[in-house]
Ligand binder design. Structure first.
Ligand SMILES: [Zn+2]
Length: 112
């Protein structure tokens, strides 16, 4: 019997990963999309959580840790990569905003 994960259709550049929790928001993550090289994530690769838009870094064992200042400095040394990370965070943040528009409006927040 196939489990739910193996029955999922994956998009181009999307890979199933070990089931892990985002180190920022705790949401369960089980897939990633490689936007640059179409390969599985490796140690030191950056990842943006689609649920909270925070920046994470892959560990050796395919778990994630929160990105630290030094990680950001290193990622910024590649302007193309840093721009892609920022764009991805913006997209994830906009999705979050759209999904929570009513609650945010009740707090007076009307723009992403
Ligand atoms: Zn998250």
């Amino acid at each position: 019997m196939a489990d739910e994960q193996s029955e999922r259709k994956l998009g181009e550049g999307e890979f199933l990963t070990k089931q892990i929790n985002c180190p920022h928001c705790g949401h369960l993550l089980d897939a990633c999309t490689d936007l640059m090289s179409n390969r599985r994530p490796e140690k030191g690769d950056a990842s943006v959580c689609i649920y909270c838009a925070e920046l994470c870094i892959y560990n050796d064992d395919q778990t994630l840790r929160q990105a630290e200042f030094d990680d950001c400095m290193q990622l910024q040394s590649d302007p193309k990569l840093w721009a892609l990370i920022n764009k991805t965070q913006e997209t994830a943040a906009r999705r979050l905003f759209d999904e929570n528009k009513e609650a945010l409006a009740s707090w007076g927040i009307t723009k992403p």
